[in-house]
Design a protein around this ligand. Structure first.
Ligand code: S3P
Length: 172
């Protein structure tokens, strides 16, 4: 398959670096990208944290699925990054496959993700404390495992290194 026909979606736990790796991948390959959380905030005119805090996670998931559906139907972006919980919803996984995307799980240790969560400016209501975040991390491994590709994020690699390696392995 030539690169113009490839579509990848980056999934994985909060703090693993999906958005940043997608940004580097997009500039390395000169391919358009979209970030679902960013689009949700733009379309809903509220932050993700506001939606989850005031309406609950269940409502957020519906908004997330609606925005993903719209994006997949309207723009076949070759590089897409999702919020960490989007892949846990069966309907989302089905739509992603149906639209011909290859899913890439950015896999890392909990401690690595937690460090990024702790020092990030992004507010994450579902990872308010380490205990809850670890529980979610463990529960989700079996679903992230369903991805087509498993890409290990090494702690000594920068996001740019990871994107370069991914570009070589997937878009070679
Ligand atoms: C979530 C991850 C967040 C965001 C929301 C819920 C999750 O995105 O979508 O706070 O359930 O894992 P990141 O994975 O970019 O942090």
């Amino acid at each position: 398959m030539d690169n113009s026909a490839k579509r990848v979606v980056l999934i994985g736990f909060m703090g693993v670096g999906k958005t940043t790796v997608a940004r580097h991948l997009s500039s390395l390959l000169g391919l358009e990208r979209a970030d679902l959380d960013y689009l949700i905030e733009e379309n809903e005119q509220r932050t993700i944290a506001e939606i989850i805090t005031s309406d609950g996670e269940g409502s957020f998931r519906k908004v997330e699925t609606g925005n993903l559906k719209k994006l997949l139907e309207e723009r076949a972006v070759p590089i897409l990054s999702l919020g960490g919980g989007a892949w846990t919803i069966e309907e989302n996984r089905r739509m992603i496959k149906q639209h011909g995307y290859t899913t890439v799980w950015l896999e890392s240790t909990f401690e690595h993700c937690w460090l990024n969560i702790k020092f990030s400016r992004k507010e994450r209501p579902l990872a308010k404390n380490k205990r809850n975040a670890r529980k979610l991390f463990e529960e989700r491994q079996k679903l992230y495992c369903l991805a087509d590709w498993h890409f290990i994020i090494r702690p000594d690699f920068t996001s740019f290194d990871a994107a370069r390696q991914m570009a070589e392995e997937i878009f070679n």
